[in-house]
Design a protein around this ligand. Sequence first.
Ligand SMILES: Nc1ncnc2c1ncn2[C@@H]1O[C@H](COP(=O)(O)OP(=O)(O)OP(=O)(O)O)[C@@H](O)[C@H]1O
Length: 243
Amino acid sequence: MLDIQRLEKSFGAKHAVRGVSFRLEKGTVLGFLGPNGAGKSTTMRMIAGVLEPDSGDALIDGKSILSNRREAQRALGYLPEGAPLYEDMTPPEFLVFMASARGMNGIARKNGVERAIADARISTVCDQRIGSLSKGYRRRVGLAGAILHDPPVLLLDEPTDGLDPNQKRAVRALIARMAPHKAILISTHTLTEVPAMCTRAIVVDRGMVIADDTPEALARQSEDGTLEGAFTRLTDQAEAESA
Ligand SMILES: Nc1ncnc2c1ncn2[C@@H]1O[C@H](COP(=O)(O)OP(=O)(O)OP(=O)(O)O)[C@@H](O)[C@H]1O
């Protein structure tokens, strides 16, 4: 469903993403982990077609984000980091706008907006302007925008960032409900939620994939048996190897 092929990106002298490749099948929730500045958001932006790679490609449901961007983006729901939203709109206005931009009309648009509002649990804030919402609710409006057209592939950049524990649980439950029918890539710094949420985890460091396994197998690589321990060991090791 998602086939990432040797993506590369530099910003001036900074080689941010260095040949990242992986494949993701339906039913997989992949935790995309790595220290600050590892290249996670840059990789996700290239997959989403909002940043041009220097080389490499991403096939979304078989469609190239470079040569068939429109079709590829149709198969993709993307929650960017920070989720820039239209502050003066209410959530339903924003979702109708997004749905129209995606070519959804009539009953399909109405049903899509209603389903996204219910799934993201934002019905209680539908009368408020997005600009007046708390960080957590804005994140959930962004999430509603990403799932609006029920795409087979989801790219969620820190979806639980800024959410309180109840909202985090609600988002994890939503991801679990969607998981059997989709391929989902999630970046997060909250390692404790990875075993419960993800069936697989990739660790990137300095723009390269340095580990790819189940969260349980990764955790077993650490002395204390935790994913945090494995993360520290792997990323410290990467630092030592490149020193
Ligand atoms: N537009 C840009 N211009 C210049 N450098 C950039 C740009 N975007 C990202 N970078 C650099 O590329 C590297 C990777 O950044 P990226 O945001 O992809 O990391 P990340 O893994 O998502 O980090 P975080 O966990 O902090 O969000 C960093 O060194 C960053 O400073």
